[in-house]
Design a protein around this ligand. Structure first.
Ligand code: FMN
Length: 182
C-alpha cells in the first residue's frame, strides 16, 4: 500500500489548510497509509548544522524518506508559502546530495480565506518542487478560495461540493502517484 506523507503549511490550530488536507485524504484508496508530518518544531535551517545535525532534523529526514508520495497544502503568507513550510523543504533537501524528497510524486493545493486562493504561494511551492525533483500532479489544480465560508471553526471542510472536489483530487492523485511507486 502506498504511504502518503501530508505536509500542511500552517502550524496554526484549527487550520483551514489542514481541513483541506483531510478532505483530499478522504479520497485516497481505502487502506492507504497516511502520515501527517510535523514541521512546527524544526529549527531554522543553517548549513553549519549539516556537519552535526540536530536529532529533529534526522527524524524529519527519515520520515520524509519513509513516504512514497506527498500531499502539500499551503496557505499564503505575504504572497508566498509560510516560512515553516519553506524551512521544512530546505531541511529535508540537505545535506547536499541527500535530498530526501527526490523522485517522490506530489500534489499541491493552496487555500486562502480571501478569493485569491493562495495562488502565488501555490506556484511558488510548485517552483521549489521542480528543483527538489518531485513529479507534481498538474490537474486538477487545487486553488481553494474563501475557505472560511466552506469550513467550520475547527477548519474542517463542510461544503459538500468542495468536499467532493477535494476527494476526487485525492483519488486522481492516487492514480498519478501509482505511476511512480513500485
Ligand atoms: C502573516 C500572514 C500573512 C498572510 N498573507 C496572506 C496573503 O498573502 N494572501 C492571502 O490570501 N492570505 C493571507 N493571509 C491570510 C491567510 O490566508 C489565512 O490566515 C489562512 O486562514 C491561513 O491558513 P490556515 O487556516 O491554514 O492557517 C495571511 C495570514 C498571515 C497570518
Amino acid at each position: 500500500m502506498t504511504k502518503y506523507g501530508v505536509v500542511v503549511g500552517s502550524t496554526r490550530k484549527n487550520s483551514y489548510s489542514e481541513g483541506v488536507a483531510k478532505a483530499i485524504v478522504a479520497g485516497l484508496p481505502e487502506g492507504s497509509e497516511v502520515n501527517y508530518l510535523n514541521i512546527a518544531d524544526l529549527p531554522l535551517y543553517n548549513q553549519d548544522l549539516d556537519a552535526n545535525s540536530p536529532a529533529v532534523y534526522d527524524e524529519f529526514r527519515a520520515a520524509v524518506q519513509a513516504q512514497d508520495a506527498f500531499i502539500f497544502v499551503t496557505p499564503e503568507h505575504n504572497r508566498n508559502i509560510p516560512a515553516a513550510l519553506k524551512n521544512a523543504l530546505d531541511v529535508a533537501s540537505r545535506p547536499w546530495g541527500q535530498n530526501s524528497w527526490a523522485g517522490k510524486p506530489a500534489l499541491v493545493a493552496s487555500q486562502s480565506i480571501s478569493g485569491i486562493s493562495g495562488v502565488l504561494a501555490h506556484h511558488s511551492l510548485r517552483q521549489t518542487l521542480v528543483f527538489l525533483d518531485m513529479p507534481t500532479m498538474q490537474q486538477p489544480e487545487l486553488y481553494i478560495g474563501n475557505t472560511m465560508q466552506l469550513a467550520d471553526e475547527e477548519g474542517n471542510i463542510t461544503n459538500e461540493g468542495t468536499k467532493e472536489f477535494l476527494a476526487g483530487a485525492g483519488k486522481s492523485f492516487s492514480e498519478f502517484a501509482a505511476k511512480f511507486v513500485d
